[in-house]
Design a protein around this ligand. Structure first.
Ligand code: GLU
Length: 311
């Protein structure tokens, strides 16, 4: 790839232009996230052709957190099919916080979206497995296939979350009582918590997104990770629920399916072309990284990537 490639230029400029934005603060309800260096800032773009463009801290690992929901959704859908997935988990936005019990109460305890905690726990439970280790290794293998390298979990982040995830355990029991969790509920919650603790760089995350952009084929390994027919369902869900309660505003202003996590990462997908990933730990009131949003917004506007633009 050329240093003067327009995408490389855009990525470097987005880093420089947003570097001094000190808004937001690290997630603090998970102790291991509160202590991450708030000044970290990385941006990567991966194309469906296999080029990867980086700027800043693109080689620093961070916790995938809620972004993991996209890839577990993909794996569960691969197993049960899009139609059954819709019935078993649901495919509408809740319009409420990612861990909302009220959203469950309003829908007879059906999760509605795989991209909120309830739906992610249900998705993890849908993966066929003999026990928790088997379930976890299938999910980690799936995440690694999307990234094109062997990913691993942070013991520190996982321990920190496992010791404080009582709310998510409550959600898992609510799902169980209503018939929307398909394994032992505490096993599903345990494995969901582990999947959030997987560590990635923005370069990894961009490749994971580019695998969706190329219809399920990893652009680096050239391996098919999921069926092409499932990709539009996943991207639709990302548009509806990917940036928490700001998802509608994100569609309105940026026009790209995305997913963010409280670790500070965001990935956005431009079908057929590329994915943009950015990471910076300081979050806004919804849980979206302030500088990652700014960087992706800038690159998408400059490169005219909004999906709703004609031509
Ligand atoms: N592990 C976090 C939780 O379940 C993920 C939250 C997020 O990134 O939205 O609370």
């Amino acid at each position: 790839m050329l240093a003067d490639d327009p995408i490389q230029t855009a990525v470097a400029r987005a880093l420089a232009d947003n570097m001094n934005d000190g808004g937001g603060k690290n997630a603090d309800y998970i102790a291991a996230l509160a202590s991450v260096d708030p000044t970290l800032f990385g941006i990567s773009v991966a194309t469906t052709g296999g080029d990867v463009f980086n700027a800043g801290d693109a080689d620093v690992e961070f916790a995938l957190e809620s972004i993991s929901k996209v890839f577990t959704m993909a794996l569960a859908m691969e197993e049960v099919g899009a139609k059954a997935f819709r019935a078993k988990v649901g495919t509408d936005p809740t319009g409420m916080p990612f861990n909302s019990v009220l959203a469950l109460a309003l829908h007879a305890d059906k999760p509605m979206s795989a991209l909120v905690n309830a739906g992610a726990i249900a998705s993890a439970s849908l993966i066929s497995a003999t026990n928790a280790e088997d379930r976890w290794h299938k999910i980690l293998a799936g995440q690694s296939a999307f990234a094109g390298r062997s990913l691993s979990l942070s013991d520190a982040v996982n321990a920190s979350e496992q010791s404080t995830n009582f709310h998510n355990r409550g959600i898992a029991w609510l799902l169980y009582s209503a018939g929307f969790v398909y394994s032992d509920p505490m096993e599903a919650c345990d494995v969901y918590t582990r999947q959030c603790s997987t560590m990635v760089t923005t370069a990894d995350l961009a490749v994971m997104g580019a695998t969706l952009a190329s219809g399920g084929i990893n652009p680096l390994t050239k391996t098919r990770v999921i069926r092409a027919e499932n990709v539009p369902h996943i991207l639709a869900e990302m548009t509806m629920e990917g940036l928490y309660e700001a998802s509608g505003d994100w569609a309105y202003t940026v026009g790209l399916p995305g997913k963010s996590g409280v670790g500070g990462g965001i990935v956005c997908v431009v079908p057929g072309r590329l994915a943009i990933a950015a990471f910076s730990p300081r979050l806004d009131q919804f849980g979206n990284s302030v500088r990652a949003q700014a960087a992706i917004t800038q690159i998408a506007a400059e490169q005219e990537l909004n999906l709703y633009l004609a031509g």
